[in-house]
Ligand binder design. Structure first.
Ligand code: PGA
Length: 247
Protein backbone atom coordinates (compact mmCIF):
# COMPACT_ATOMS: atom_id res chain seq x y z
CA UNK A 1 0.00 0.00 0.00
CA UNK A 2 1.11 3.54 -0.68
CA UNK A 3 2.07 6.13 1.92
CA UNK A 4 -0.88 8.28 0.88
CA UNK A 5 -3.22 8.82 3.82
CA UNK A 6 -6.61 7.24 3.23
CA UNK A 7 -9.26 9.94 2.80
CA UNK A 8 -13.00 9.58 3.34
CA UNK A 9 -15.41 12.45 2.81
CA UNK A 10 -19.12 12.45 3.52
CA UNK A 11 -21.07 14.75 1.21
CA UNK A 12 -24.44 15.29 2.88
CA UNK A 13 -25.69 17.31 -0.10
CA UNK A 14 -28.96 19.17 0.65
CA UNK A 15 -30.05 16.81 3.43
CA UNK A 16 -30.51 16.85 7.17
CA UNK A 17 -31.57 19.07 10.02
CA UNK A 18 -30.03 19.63 13.44
CA UNK A 19 -31.53 16.47 14.91
CA UNK A 20 -30.31 14.27 12.05
CA UNK A 21 -26.89 15.92 12.16
CA UNK A 22 -26.63 15.20 15.90
CA UNK A 23 -27.10 11.50 15.20
CA UNK A 24 -24.44 11.44 12.48
CA UNK A 25 -22.00 13.38 14.66
CA UNK A 26 -22.50 11.04 17.59
CA UNK A 27 -21.48 8.09 15.41
CA UNK A 28 -18.44 9.91 14.04
CA UNK A 29 -17.27 11.14 17.43
CA UNK A 30 -17.26 7.62 18.79
CA UNK A 31 -15.23 6.21 15.87
CA UNK A 32 -11.58 7.14 16.34
CA UNK A 33 -9.44 6.25 13.36
CA UNK A 34 -6.34 8.39 13.07
CA UNK A 35 -5.10 6.58 9.99
CA UNK A 36 -7.90 8.12 7.92
CA UNK A 37 -8.44 11.77 7.00
CA UNK A 38 -12.16 12.01 7.66
CA UNK A 39 -14.22 14.94 6.42
CA UNK A 40 -17.92 15.87 6.58
CA UNK A 41 -19.59 18.28 4.20
CA UNK A 42 -22.90 19.53 5.60
CA UNK A 43 -25.15 22.04 3.84
CA UNK A 44 -23.63 25.50 4.26
CA UNK A 45 -26.20 26.69 6.83
CA UNK A 46 -25.06 23.87 9.15
CA UNK A 47 -21.30 24.29 8.73
CA UNK A 48 -20.78 26.12 11.99
CA UNK A 49 -23.19 23.90 13.92
CA UNK A 50 -21.40 20.79 12.65
CA UNK A 51 -17.95 22.24 13.37
CA UNK A 52 -18.97 23.09 16.93
CA UNK A 53 -20.13 19.54 17.70
CA UNK A 54 -17.70 17.33 15.78
CA UNK A 55 -14.55 15.94 17.33
CA UNK A 56 -11.58 18.09 16.25
CA UNK A 57 -10.06 15.05 14.51
CA UNK A 58 -12.83 15.14 11.88
CA UNK A 59 -12.60 17.96 9.37
CA UNK A 60 -15.52 19.98 8.05
CA UNK A 61 -15.86 20.77 4.35
CA UNK A 62 -18.12 23.06 2.38
CA UNK A 63 -19.90 21.64 -0.65
CA UNK A 64 -19.05 24.65 -2.79
CA UNK A 65 -17.75 28.22 -2.64
CA UNK A 66 -17.17 31.14 -4.95
CA UNK A 67 -14.03 32.38 -6.70
CA UNK A 68 -13.57 35.73 -4.95
CA UNK A 69 -13.28 36.88 -1.35
CA UNK A 70 -16.39 39.08 -1.03
CA UNK A 71 -18.79 41.30 -2.90
CA UNK A 72 -22.14 41.43 -4.65
CA UNK A 73 -22.66 37.70 -5.22
CA UNK A 74 -26.04 36.96 -3.67
CA UNK A 75 -26.38 33.50 -2.25
CA UNK A 76 -22.71 32.58 -2.41
CA UNK A 77 -19.95 32.14 0.15
CA UNK A 78 -16.19 32.59 0.02
CA UNK A 79 -13.16 30.62 1.22
CA UNK A 80 -12.36 33.47 3.63
CA UNK A 81 -15.76 32.97 5.28
CA UNK A 82 -15.25 29.22 5.45
CA UNK A 83 -11.92 29.65 7.19
CA UNK A 84 -13.56 32.02 9.64
CA UNK A 85 -15.91 29.17 10.64
CA UNK A 86 -13.13 26.61 11.09
CA UNK A 87 -13.90 24.90 7.79
CA UNK A 88 -10.75 23.46 6.22
CA UNK A 89 -11.93 21.71 3.04
CA UNK A 90 -14.21 22.45 0.11
CA UNK A 91 -15.74 20.20 -2.54
CA UNK A 92 -15.53 21.87 -5.96
CA UNK A 93 -16.76 20.71 -9.34
CA UNK A 94 -19.20 18.15 -8.02
CA UNK A 95 -21.23 16.69 -10.87
CA UNK A 96 -24.39 18.24 -9.44
CA UNK A 97 -22.72 21.67 -9.61
CA UNK A 98 -21.62 20.92 -13.17
CA UNK A 99 -24.83 19.39 -14.47
CA UNK A 100 -27.66 20.83 -12.34
CA UNK A 101 -26.19 24.32 -11.88
CA UNK A 102 -24.27 24.54 -15.14
CA UNK A 103 -20.81 25.23 -13.76
CA UNK A 104 -18.11 25.14 -16.43
CA UNK A 105 -14.63 23.62 -16.28
CA UNK A 106 -13.21 27.16 -16.29
CA UNK A 107 -15.34 28.43 -13.39
CA UNK A 108 -14.50 25.35 -11.34
CA UNK A 109 -10.80 25.86 -12.04
CA UNK A 110 -11.00 29.50 -10.92
CA UNK A 111 -12.78 28.41 -7.74
CA UNK A 112 -10.10 25.79 -7.08
CA UNK A 113 -7.35 28.39 -7.50
CA UNK A 114 -9.00 30.87 -5.14
CA UNK A 115 -9.77 28.24 -2.48
CA UNK A 116 -6.18 26.98 -2.57
CA UNK A 117 -4.80 30.53 -2.34
CA UNK A 118 -6.82 30.83 0.86
CA UNK A 119 -5.36 27.67 2.33
CA UNK A 120 -8.35 25.36 1.98
CA UNK A 121 -7.93 21.76 0.90
CA UNK A 122 -9.84 21.26 -2.33
CA UNK A 123 -11.70 18.06 -3.14
CA UNK A 124 -11.80 18.51 -6.91
CA UNK A 125 -14.45 16.33 -8.55
CA UNK A 126 -14.29 15.04 -12.07
CA UNK A 127 -16.13 12.30 -13.92
CA UNK A 128 -17.79 11.26 -17.14
CA UNK A 129 -21.47 10.85 -17.95
CA UNK A 130 -22.86 7.51 -19.09
CA UNK A 131 -23.06 8.52 -22.75
CA UNK A 132 -19.46 9.72 -22.62
CA UNK A 133 -18.31 6.39 -21.17
CA UNK A 134 -20.30 4.49 -23.79
CA UNK A 135 -18.73 6.62 -26.51
CA UNK A 136 -15.25 5.69 -25.24
CA UNK A 137 -14.58 9.21 -23.97
CA UNK A 138 -13.98 8.44 -20.29
CA UNK A 139 -10.30 9.35 -20.23
CA UNK A 140 -10.72 12.36 -22.52
CA UNK A 141 -13.48 13.87 -20.36
CA UNK A 142 -11.59 13.38 -17.11
CA UNK A 143 -8.40 14.77 -18.62
CA UNK A 144 -10.28 17.79 -20.02
CA UNK A 145 -11.70 18.57 -16.58
CA UNK A 146 -8.30 18.13 -14.91
CA UNK A 147 -6.51 20.17 -17.56
CA UNK A 148 -8.71 23.17 -16.79
CA UNK A 149 -7.68 22.90 -13.14
CA UNK A 150 -4.02 22.43 -14.05
CA UNK A 151 -4.05 25.68 -16.04
CA UNK A 152 -5.31 27.59 -12.99
CA UNK A 153 -3.15 26.20 -10.18
CA UNK A 154 0.50 25.42 -9.54
CA UNK A 155 0.52 23.80 -6.10
CA UNK A 156 -1.24 20.43 -5.86
CA UNK A 157 -0.26 19.67 -2.26
CA UNK A 158 -3.74 20.55 -0.95
CA UNK A 159 -5.74 18.95 -3.74
CA UNK A 160 -7.61 15.66 -3.46
CA UNK A 161 -9.01 14.43 -6.77
CA UNK A 162 -12.40 12.74 -6.56
CA UNK A 163 -13.18 10.56 -9.54
CA UNK A 164 -16.96 10.32 -9.57
CA UNK A 165 -18.49 8.80 -12.71
CA UNK A 166 -21.78 10.62 -13.09
CA UNK A 167 -23.61 7.39 -13.92
CA UNK A 168 -22.64 5.97 -10.53
CA UNK A 169 -23.74 8.89 -8.37
CA UNK A 170 -26.88 8.19 -6.37
CA UNK A 171 -27.84 5.38 -8.75
CA UNK A 172 -26.73 2.33 -6.78
CA UNK A 173 -24.51 1.46 -9.80
CA UNK A 174 -20.99 1.53 -8.42
CA UNK A 175 -18.04 1.35 -10.76
CA UNK A 176 -16.49 -2.06 -10.24
CA UNK A 177 -13.16 -2.02 -8.40
CA UNK A 178 -11.45 -2.78 -11.74
CA UNK A 179 -13.29 -0.01 -13.59
CA UNK A 180 -12.43 2.52 -10.90
CA UNK A 181 -8.81 1.36 -10.64
CA UNK A 182 -8.39 1.67 -14.42
CA UNK A 183 -9.43 5.33 -14.38
CA UNK A 184 -7.46 6.15 -11.22
CA UNK A 185 -4.36 4.65 -12.78
CA UNK A 186 -4.88 6.69 -15.97
CA UNK A 187 -5.30 9.85 -13.90
CA UNK A 188 -2.14 9.17 -11.92
CA UNK A 189 -0.22 8.52 -15.14
CA UNK A 190 -1.55 11.80 -16.52
CA UNK A 191 -0.42 13.62 -13.38
CA UNK A 192 3.06 12.09 -13.71
CA UNK A 193 3.33 13.18 -17.35
CA UNK A 194 1.70 16.60 -17.08
CA UNK A 195 2.55 17.77 -13.56
CA UNK A 196 5.31 15.70 -11.94
CA UNK A 197 6.12 12.23 -10.71
CA UNK A 198 6.23 13.52 -7.11
CA UNK A 199 2.74 14.97 -7.32
CA UNK A 200 1.44 11.84 -9.04
CA UNK A 201 2.86 9.68 -6.25
CA UNK A 202 1.56 11.80 -3.40
CA UNK A 203 -1.85 13.05 -4.56
CA UNK A 204 -4.91 11.26 -3.22
CA UNK A 205 -7.33 10.09 -5.91
CA UNK A 206 -10.55 9.04 -4.24
CA UNK A 207 -13.58 7.34 -5.74
CA UNK A 208 -17.22 8.42 -5.44
CA UNK A 209 -20.45 6.97 -6.74
CA UNK A 210 -22.73 4.66 -4.74
CA UNK A 211 -20.00 3.70 -2.27
CA UNK A 212 -21.52 1.62 0.53
CA UNK A 213 -20.59 -0.51 3.49
CA UNK A 214 -20.96 -3.50 1.17
CA UNK A 215 -18.59 -2.46 -1.62
CA UNK A 216 -16.04 -0.23 0.14
CA UNK A 217 -13.61 -2.95 1.18
CA UNK A 218 -13.09 -4.31 -2.33
CA UNK A 219 -12.67 -0.83 -3.79
CA UNK A 220 -10.23 0.11 -1.01
CA UNK A 221 -7.95 -2.81 -1.93
CA UNK A 222 -7.08 -1.24 -5.27
CA UNK A 223 -3.66 0.40 -5.29
CA UNK A 224 -4.73 3.71 -6.85
CA UNK A 225 -7.92 4.20 -4.84
CA UNK A 226 -6.96 6.37 -1.88
CA UNK A 227 -10.36 6.78 -0.31
CA UNK A 228 -13.94 7.77 -1.04
CA UNK A 229 -16.34 10.63 -1.45
CA UNK A 230 -19.62 9.30 -0.16
CA UNK A 231 -23.09 10.76 -0.69
CA UNK A 232 -26.15 8.77 0.41
CA UNK A 233 -24.29 6.35 2.68
CA UNK A 234 -22.60 9.20 4.55
CA UNK A 235 -25.93 9.89 6.25
CA UNK A 236 -26.23 6.29 7.49
CA UNK A 237 -24.51 4.15 10.13
CA UNK A 238 -22.54 2.36 7.39
CA UNK A 239 -20.44 5.52 6.88
CA UNK A 240 -18.33 4.33 9.81
CA UNK A 241 -17.63 1.05 8.01
CA UNK A 242 -16.57 3.04 4.94
CA UNK A 243 -14.16 5.15 7.01
CA UNK A 244 -12.69 1.94 8.38
CA UNK A 245 -12.63 0.16 4.98
CA UNK A 246 -8.88 -0.43 5.13
CA UNK A 247 -8.69 -1.49 8.78
P1 PGA B 1 -23.57 8.76 -3.77
O1 PGA B 1 -22.99 10.22 -4.08
O2 PGA B 1 -22.61 8.10 -2.81
O3 PGA B 1 -24.92 8.98 -3.17
O4 PGA B 1 -23.62 8.04 -5.08
C1 PGA B 1 -21.62 10.44 -4.21
C2 PGA B 1 -21.35 11.90 -4.41
O5 PGA B 1 -22.16 12.59 -5.03
O6 PGA B 1 -20.31 12.42 -3.95
Amino acid sequence: MSSRKFFVGGNWKMNGNKAAIDTIIERLNSNKNESVETVCAPPQCYLEYTRSKLDAAVFVSAQNCYKVEKGAFTGDISPAMLKDLGVTHVILGHSERRHVFGETDELIAEKCAHALENGLTVIACIGEKLEEREAGQTEAVNVRQLTAIKKAISDWSKVVIAYEPVWAIGTGKTASPDQAQEVHQQLRAWMAAEVSKEVADSIRIIYGGSVSGGNCKDLAKKPDIDGFLVGGASLKPEFVEIINARN
